[in-house]
Design a protein around this ligand. Structure first.
Ligand code: HEC
Length: 481
């Protein structure tokens, strides 16, 4: 339904009045959030119409969100749902003063002990994002057992990012909260709200900066990594004067810079740590899903229509086209060595294939048929196999295991028939593969990475991703960073 078709004045004011009366106390009079999450159109992008209907009627069990079935008329609930999908009459803003005022420092820099408060190897910890009730779990990667669990802000977006020594981890929430945790002391250190709707966060390899990429407002926000204080807000506006949402920010450690993918303008930005001034690389197409080669010299990008290209970041221009079909998920690509050459492989969101590309010629060397479209592909330097899910298909319960040399499927695992299994991360030594059973009463299922035998199940609340400190901080070629 087109907003204007129903949004005549009477209905809007009815919905707005009901909202102020029944919802504003938790979600904010301005819909920017409060004790409950923000309810702007951008906030609700990933919530399907049926899911929105259901949450208004039934609420969310085990949270503070009440159900309004029986309490508000059906028509009012439908009006509220439509109204929430439309932008507020006054565009919401989030300025320097708002960002500064939002900051909370729980532990000042230097005030906590400089050694881990536990026995486990701090470099083999895993951080598990449990999206069900918004928690982060810390797993000991040697004992494969949890040692701690944090409540987080509503809906973390993008992966957690570690400082180089693995001590600190930074996460972004959908509603723009950036949180810094001290993993050695198992405590939250500081938080700041960098935006109203945020894609993700990146941390500079020199440990000084945290960059947050927003979709609302259309900005990037640079914070000091030690106490999350605000350094600078970058408006994201292209050469053509058009503002853009940020798709993602990345730390390009070997280049000592951040790289920024933009959603609405054909540009890539590079922000060197040394100058903090954006360098703009003009593209002929908008690219918002990126893969970097290991030296961060090249970007492999896909445009929305699936066409792929290779950008040389030093030369600042396109150097090759990629022969891709469907909708490759380059951001989840991995690399390894095969027959003395570097190859890159990525899953595909629309087709049941993995595409393998030669990193010298940029030619497709193989297409591996899988059970169905998938989201993640993962491996590790010390394992001969790559693991692929088929989570966008009816075979979402099964991961296939591919030999990185023969490019043949050599096995599969189905942790729980009929239930979604995806996202593999290896232990530091590559011996065990941890798979997420992404359900409300889900689990991390641990497999022996050589025999594919199940070793253990650790119950978790909708675990979406997990991140090994060593593999992330050393930028393992088997995982996205
Ligand atoms: C007592 C506080 C409270 C009240 C009152 C309340 N909510 Fe919520 N609401 C929450 C909380 C907390 C959540 C997050 C639940 C979770 O963790 O999934 C939430 C979640 C939601 C969501 C899902 C957001 C998402 O992105 O998944 C919607 C939509 C929503 N509320 C709409 C409303 C509307 C409309 C009203 C009024 C008719 C309302 N809420 C009243 C606390 C409240």
């Amino acid at each position: 339904m087109v907003a204007s078709a129903w949004a005549h004045a009477g209905t809007v004011s009815e919905a707005a009045t009901a909202y102020q009366q029944h919802c504003a106390a938790c979600h904010g009079a301005d819909r920017l959030g409060g004790m409950g999450p923000a309810l702007l159109p951008q906030s609700l992008e990933r919530l399907k119409p049926d899911a929105l209907r259901d949450v208004l009627r039934q609420g969310r069990p085990a949270t503070q969100m009440p159900g309004f079935a029986g309490q508000l008329p059906e028509t009012t609930l439908d009006q509220i749902a439509n109204w929430l999908r439309t932008a507020p009459a006054q565009a919401p803003h989030w300025e320097v003063a708002d960002i500064r005022a939002s900051r909370v420092v729980y532990h000042a820099p230097g005030s906590l002990p400089d050694r881990p408060a536990f026995q486990a190897d701090p470099s083999n910890l895993f951080l598990v994002v449990e999206s069900g009730t918004h928690h982060l779990s810390v797993l000991d990667g040697d004992r494969l057992a949890p040692i701690h669990r944090f409540q987080t802000r509503f809906a973390l977006h993008g992966g957690p990012k570690f400082s180089r020594d693995g001590r600190y981890v930074y996460v972004a929430s959908r509603d723009g909260w950036i949180s810094k945790y001290d993993l050695w002391n198992l405590t939250l250190v500081a938080e700041i709200r960098a935006g109203l709707n945020t894609r993700n966060v990146a941390v500079s390899d020199d440990g000084k900066w945290v960059l947050a990429g927003n979709t609302l407002p259309q900005t990037m926000v640079l914070l000091r990594a030690d106490d999350l204080s605000l350094e600078r807000v970058y408006p994201v506006t292209g050469a053509n004067g058009k503002a853009s949402r940020v798709s993602a920010v990345y730390d390009a450690a070997p280049r000592s810079s951040f790289i920024v993918a933009l959603r609405d303008i054909p540009e890539v930005w590079e922000i060197p740590y040394a100058t903090l001034e954006p360098r703009v690389i003009a593209l002929d197409d908008v690219l918002d899903d990126f893969f970097f080669d290991q030296p961060y010299r090249h970007i492999l990008g896909a445009s929305r229509n699936g066409a792929g290209q290779v950008i040389d970041l030093d030369a600042g221009r396109k150097v090759a086209d990629l022969a891709l079909s469907g909708m490759p998920h380059l951001g989840s690509g991995i690399t390894w060595r095969r027959d003395g050459r570097d190859v890159m492989a990525s899953p595909n969101l629309r087709q049941g294939v993995l595409t393998v590309i030669d990193m010298q010629t940029w030619q497709t060397v193989a297409t591996i048929a899988t059970n169905g479209p998938g989201f993640f592909l993962r491996s590790h330097e010390s394992t001969p196999y790559a693991w692929a899910d088929a989570m966008m298909s009816p075979r979402r319960d099964t991961l296939q295991v591919i030999d990185k040399q023969t490019l043949k499927v050599v096995g599969s695992v189905t942790p729980s028939p009929g239930r979604t299994a995806a996202h593999v991360e290896f232990t530091r030594d590559g011996r065990f593969a941890l798979v997420s059973l992404m359900e409300d009463d889900g689990a991390i299922v641990v497999y022996d990475a050589a025999t594919l035998r199940e070793i253990k199940r650790i119950p978790m609340d909708k675990p979406v991703g997990k991140y090994n400190v060593f593999n992330k901080t050393t930028r393992s070629s088997g995982t996205s960073h």
